[in-house]
Every structure is written in C-alpha cells, then in structure tokens.
Write a protein that binds this ligand. Structure first.
Ligand SMILES: [Zn+2]
Ligand SMILES: [Zn+2]
Length: 337
C-alpha cells in the first residue's frame, strides 16, 4: 500500500508508492559515461572568444590557464541593467523588467571531467567560484535571492555537455522559497527553533535515511523525497546562506559533494540529475529560520501531469530503501574515499 507523506519544510504531500517501482537503478545500468570532447564547444579552452567576457577566472595549477571560469549566460533569462520596478498592466496584472543576473560557471577546462571524476581540490575550486559570485551579487541592492544549480544531462535540461553550473540572481524571491520560508518562520514562532536545524537533527537521529555524516555535514534522503534518490547535503551548524560557509568548510563540502555524486553514479549508473544550492533570501541571512543546503534530484522519472498540475509527486522508491543502497555503495568504496 502506498503512503502519503507531508514534507515538513513545504507542507506539500508526496505519495510513496513502492509497488509502482520500475527499479530506477536498473533502468540504465551502464557505467557513468563521460561526454565526448567537442572542438566546437564554447566552454573548452581556446574557444573563450565565443562566450561573453569573463566575470571570474580561477587560475589553473602553477598559474597557467584557468581552472574555473564564470561568464554571463549568453542566453540569460535575466539581464543586469535597469531597475526592477513594478508596473500595473490592468486589474490583477503586474509585471516588472527581467532585471538580475544569469551566469554560467564553467567547472573545468576539461570537456569530459564530470564532477564525480574530479579531485576534491577541483570541486573545491568550483565551490569557491560559486561563493565568490554569490558574495559579489548579493552586494547588488536589486538582488533579493540567489540560486545556484546544475543541470546534468538532457533529461535535466542541459544543452551543453561540458561540465557547468548556473547562477540566477533574481529581484524577487520565488514563491516556492517564500512558502518554505513561511513554514520555517511558523516553526520558529511555535518552537523558538530553526526548522532546518531540527530537520538535520531528526534525520541524524532517525538514521535510516542517512547516507553520510562528517563532523560538519550530513547527507540524507528526505522523509518525503519527491523523486527516487533525492539527496540533501546540509551543514550541522546554523548557516542560512552559502555566503557564510568558511573557507575550511568548503574543503570538507567539496569532498562530501564529490563522494555523494560519485556514489549515486555507482548505484544508478549513468543518469541525468539536477542539483540546487538553496540559500535564504539575501535580506534574511541573519535570521534563525533557514539553512543553506544542496538538493540533488536524479531525473529517473518523467515529471508529468499530476506533478505539474498539483505539485503531488509520486516517487517509486521509499527513501529508507534508496538510502540503504547508497550507504552500502559508500561502504564498498564505490564513490571513492
Ligand atoms: Zn567543452
Ligand atoms: Zn538552523
């Protein structure tokens, strides 16, 4: 029998229906494939002139070339000029210019170097680039909310195979974030505690959805996971914004992120996924309600009418079962050490 679960952070409902399972890890079981290099790739070294001028460049080993580049998205959804002023366009209809920032983080000069194949030091450089851009953009008074995300593979919405992520800095916090924030604020009003810190503590205590724990981070598959193998990485100390992570913790986070992605790859085989780095809205970084976290969403199922129309997701595997598969793979050393 299926179960209906409430996500404590959104109050949304998720149907856990294990008997519908076409076991996702048998869907495609070839080893994680690397994309083939492409001479026409705009993100490969030598082709820099085909992209807009860079916003950040972290030098490669010995100061030669680059290790990570950040550039404006050539087809950006938002543009960094103008003011986000609201206009009334008749009753009920309001709009504003699409002011903001949409950037691309080219994670490596190597076309086939997916994050799970990188060294910890290489992943750390990517995280440092994320944080440097996050800090630069939150200084823009028009920016209210910054989200960093990665689309890996066609089903996850990427058009370019060269490893990259994106950053969007928006002049309004999205409704989904506002809603999560309201739920967290209500929890704080009721209990005087941070919902997300309570959630991390509860997942550590429950153990059966826990994937990995270090002195500073926890990796778990949430109680009301919306898709099979949804995985969160969260800090153990209260940090609402990714801007607040120390340089030392970025080193530890790089290792945890790389191992988590590599282990998911070992369990699921080649698969498409998204990850999203959530932070509190810029003006709420000092509050007690929220915790930055990385949400990894493997794209094993197609999101269809029910999910799009109602927000009710049907996941075909309970997170207790998937977390135990990932824990076993980690224990075998499948994701490296
Ligand atoms: Zn390339
Ligand atoms: Zn907290």
């Amino acid at each position: 029998m299926s179960a209906i679960r409430q996500d404590p952070t959104t109050r949304e409902w998720v149907i856990v229906a294990p008997n519908r399972a076409r076991r996702p890890h048998t869907a495609r079981d070839e080893p994680a494939a690397a994309p083939a290099p492409d001479a026409a790739c705009p993100f490969c070294p030598g082709n820099e002139a085909s992209t807009p001028p860079g916003l950040l460049r972290l030098p490669g080993p010995g100061g030669s070339g680059w290790a990570v580049r950040v550039i404006p998205n050539k087809f950006g959804a938002l543009t960094p000029s103008g003011e986000p002023v609201r206009r009334e366009c008749g009753p009920l209809f309001r709009e504003m210019d699409g002011v903001g920032h949409h950037e691309v983080i080219v994670e490596t000069p190597r076309h086939d170097r997916t994050m799970s194949r990188m060294t910890d030091a290489e992943v750390e450089l990517v995280l440092r680039a994320y944080q440097a851009r996050y800090k630069a953009l939150r200084a823009d008074a028009r920016v209210k909310y910054i989200i960093i995300f990665k689309n890996h593979g066609e089903r996850a919405g990427t058009s370019l195979s060269h490893p990259h992520s994106q950053l969007v800095a928006a002049p309004v916090p999205p409704m989904q974030t506002r809603r999560k924030y309201e739920v967290a604020t209500a929890h704080f009003d009721d209990t005087g505690r941070c919902l997300y810190c309570d959630l991390v503590e509860a997942e550590v205590e429950a153990k059966d959805r826990l994937v990995l724990e270090t002195d500073r981070f926890v990796v778990f598959q949430p109680y009301a996971s919306r898709v099979p193998f949804e995985t969160w990485i969260a800090p153990k100390r209260h940090e609402p914004s990714f801007a607040q992570v120390s340089a030392e913790d970025l080193v530890g986070l790089a290792r945890v992120l790389r191992r988590t992605l590599a282990t998911l790859g070992a369990v699921l085989g080649a698969h498409d996924f998204n990850y999203v780095l959530h932070s509190a809205p810029v003006e709420d970084e000092g509050k007690r309600y929220y915790l930055w976290h990385i949400q990894i969403l493997p794209r094993l199922q197609t999101i269809a009418g029910l999910e799009l129309g109602s927000g009710i997701f049907i996941t075909t595997m309970a997170p207790e079962e998937s977390a135990s598969l990932v824990r076993d793979a980690l224990a075998r050393g499948a994701g490296g050490r």
